[in-house]
Design a protein around this ligand. Structure first.
Ligand code: F6R
Length: 247
């Protein structure tokens, strides 16, 4: 695992945007796996800036997002589809972007469709991840086993609490979501995980320096062959002093 310790959120976002651009320059027709949440927002802004400055071209790239809430349509301002358009897709020339359909009633069918879609694209070249306060990646919540494929989950109360800031109240946060599985994520050729802020510090330590366990879903990343962790000083404050980078 490579670790980049950046001074603050701004620098973390700068580094993440550079890595995503490098991926696109190396393979213009790549498949990006993307995430929502607060952490990647500034990274997306920086990608938009670089696109507007004609420094990067997304016209051959496609993306697949990690997850989507169940029961809200893509035009709903709280949907992850809407979030991604607002922060990224409406401002760049991505060839195509895909998210699970949160309105499909037959969830098994939808999850299978999403897995098949990712396979038909040739798999994910670079998967961007955030880290949940409870150790989740995508919406793979802490549990007794690692779920392999795209599946429907009941969100943990801690996730509902963490995400209520995007809604009027906790009651409005959907209780279920459709998420790529741990196996889907682990099949990505490269993983880029971003962590920012002191409230992530303890979980960063547990996930990357603790035992590999489904109780901390992100801990599985310890055995992925190509993981880059970019964190600000606050989020990396509880890990051994690794300097700027180590492999
Ligand atoms: C988002 C996602 C989640 C978030 C995680 C961190 O698509 O799948 O796993 O990455 O909850 O969220 P933030 O960045 O808001 O702390």
């Amino acid at each position: 695992m490579r670790i980049y310790r950046e001074k603050d959120y701004e620098k973390m976002s700068q580094k993440a945007a550079e890595m995503i651009c490098a991926q696109i320059m190396m393979k213009p027709d790549c498949v990006l796996g993307l995430a929502t949440g607060s952490t990647p927002v500034r990274t997306y802004e920086k990608l938009v800036e670089r696109y507007q400055n004609k420094e990067i071209d997304f016209s051959e790239a496609v993306s697949v997002n990690l997850d989507e809430y169940r029961g809200i349509s893509k035009d709903n301002a709280q949907s992850y589809h809407y979030f991604m358009r607002r922060h990224l897709f409406d401002h760049i020339n991505m060839k195509a972007f895909y998210l699970p359909d949160g309105m499909e009633e037959d969830t098994k069918k939808e999850c299978r469709r999403y897995e098949e879609l990712i396979a038909s694209l040739g798999g994910i070249d670079l998967q961007l991840l955030g880290l949940g306060n409870n150790g989740h990646i995508g919406f793979n919540e802490p549990g007794e086993s690692f779920e392999k494929e795209t599946h429907c989950v009941c969100l943990h109360q801690s996730t509902i609490e963490a995400n209520k800031r995007f809604f009027q109240s906790a009651e409005e946060v959907p209780k279920q979501a459709c998420t790529m599985g741990i196996g889907t994520i682990m099949q990505a050729k490269k993983i880029l995980i971003l962590v920012s802020g002191e409230k992530k510090a303890e979980m960063v330590k547990r996930a990357f320096w603790g035992p590999i366990t489904p109780r901390v879903p992100a801990s599985i990343l310890q055995i992925h062959q190509d993981v880059t962790l970019i964190g600000d000083e606050a989020a990396l404050s509880k890990i051994p002093d690794c300097g700027r980078k180590f492999g």
